[in-house]
Design a binder for this molecule. Structure first.
Ligand code: ATP
Length: 215
């Protein structure tokens, strides 16, 4: 299994439990839609899998690496080498061009492959925008850059938190098409949070969070 989430619990200080025995597994290359009502803990689960936050009990293993055993250094290595994240807010670096944004994480991870970045840029239709700055891009263009930047590191697992949630329906559909095509042809697994049943229907499998558990 590429990802196993085994009876994970998470409570934020002073709040009620958010996750209460959440269990989920993903094979390499699989695409899963994660749905659930607002506040059900979808973003929380994504953050835990991305090693951005710690869980209270249970275990999460990414590519065979148990996250609970890792110190901050080990968690940073998982984020750098195995998992990439795309958020609803595009989070591009405003002072870097599109081309520089695309290469940024791969360069930090010491895994920059210019040929792969070129291919990503062309597959995402970004070739003519490489010299532009993010402020001069539409929302759909910005999110395509964010997806390309995430994929440039060749992650085994891409986590996406409502990646098309800020886009109009037509643009959202086009961006989703490009992301699914890129993910599927590169063998990357995708765990995608969405409120849309239409989006969920495009993925291999559907997981639903309710009452702190995945069903
Ligand atoms: N850093 C935090 N500190 C305290 N409580 C938090 C924190 N992050 C999330 N929560 C709480 O945990 C619960 C789950 O939040 P989460 O963002 O994971 O839900 P979600 O399913 O992603 O919601 P939405 O669909 O609205 O984005 C909510 O009650 C939220 O208020």
């Amino acid at each position: 299994m590429l990802l196993t989430v085994d009876h994970v619990t998470k409570t934020y200080p002073g709040g009620p439990p958010v996750l209460q025995g959440a269990t989920l597994s993903m094979s390499a290359g699989e695409t899963i839609a994660l749905t659930g009502e607002s506040g059900s803990g979808k973003s929380t689960l994504l953050h835990l899998i991305a090693a951005l936050d710690r869980f209270d009990a249970g275990e999460i293993a990414v590519d065979g690496i148990s996250l609970s055993a890792l110190d901050d250094h080990g968690r940073a290595a998982v984020r750098r080498d195995r998992v990439a994240v795309v958020f609803q807010q595009f989070n591009l670096i405003p002072t870097l061009t599109v081309g520089q944004n695309l290469s940024f994480h791969a360069r930090l991870a010491n895994r920059l492959d210019p040929g792969w970045v070129d291919e990503i840029a062309s597959r995402l239709g970004l070739q003519d925008l490489l010299a532009r700055y993010p402020e001069n891009l539409s929302g759909g263009q910005q999110q395509r850059v964010a997806i390309g930047r995430a994929m440039a590191v060749r992650p085994k697992l891409l986590l996406a938190d409502e990646p098309t949630g800020n886009l109009d329906e037509t643009t959202a559909g086009a961006v989703l098409d490009l992301m699914l095509d890129l993910v599927r042809t590169s063998g990357t697994a995708l765990l995608l949070v969405t409120h849309s049943q239409a989006v969920a229907a495009r993925l291999d499998r559907h997981a639903h969070l309710a009452g702190g558990r995945v069903t």
